[in-house]
Ligand binder design. Structure first.
Ligand code: ADP
Length: 191
């Protein structure tokens, strides 16, 4: 049973590593950003609600995000564990996730922080802007997202560190090297 949260600034590689860890650990990777973007693309009610926040690089209101994650974690495939990529991102979301886990009788095992310096983050996101054309990868919005991360999400490192759950992993270098570092940090019995 692996219940894992990935933390790290925009561009740190959470999405990439979440997918690789998902294959490795056999639990689903749940990316709030991917779910929001899919809803925007499909023009659902949720997509209509969140589009302006995504485009501006602002966080979607906690009430909306919490309800969405609560619903996703109740899906059968998450019963055996999960990797959360992009949630929680605020202290309110931390409390909400705690409540969800109490209700299902489970607890969080690991919080892995992927680190990278700001210059590298901006370089990666600018490159992704060209490759993928994401609406929030423009220079202004990238800067806003880094700022929002520092203000609202960076404090979560301390919160989880105090609980003894946090390990920090260097996000620089080859993708496969970063995956190995993450797996090592999980300290799995049979890894
Ligand atoms: P990145 O980590 O590169 O910023 P994501 O794909 O994780 O990108 O998220 C993209 C956008 O989706 C965020 O800028 C925000 O608008 C929204 N979002 C994702 N997760 C959350 C969350 N937990 N709370 C609020 N908004 C979120």
């Amino acid at each position: 049973m692996t219940r894992l949260v990935l933390l790290g600034p925009p561009g740190a590689g959470k999405g990439t590593q979440a997918k690789l860890l998902s294959d490795r650990l056999g639990v689903p990777a749940i990316s709030t950003g991917d779910i929001f973007r899919a809803n925007v693309a499909a023009e659902t009610d949720l997509g209509t609600t969140v589009k302006e926040y995504l485009d501006a690089g602002k966080y979607v209101p906690d009430s909306v995000t919490n309800a969405m994650v609560r619903d996703r974690l109740q899906q059968p495939d998450a019963a055996g564990g999960f990797i959360l990529d992009g949630y929680p991102r605020t202290t309110d979301q931390v409390r909400e996730l705690d409540d969800m886990l109490v209700e299902t009788g489970g607890k969080l095992e690991h919080v892995l922080e992927i680190t990278a310096d700001t210059d590298e983050l901006v370089r990666r996101l600018s490159r992704r802007a060209v490759e993928q054309g994401r609406s929030d990868d423009t220079e202004d919005v990238i800067r806003t997202r880094q700022q929002v991360y520092l203000e609202q999400t960076a404090p979560l490192v301390e919160v989880y560190s105090e609980r003894g759950l946090l390990r920090s992993v260097d996000g620089l270098g080859e993708i496969s090297d970063v995956t190995e570092r993450l797996v090592e940090a999980l300290d799995l019995p049979d890894a």
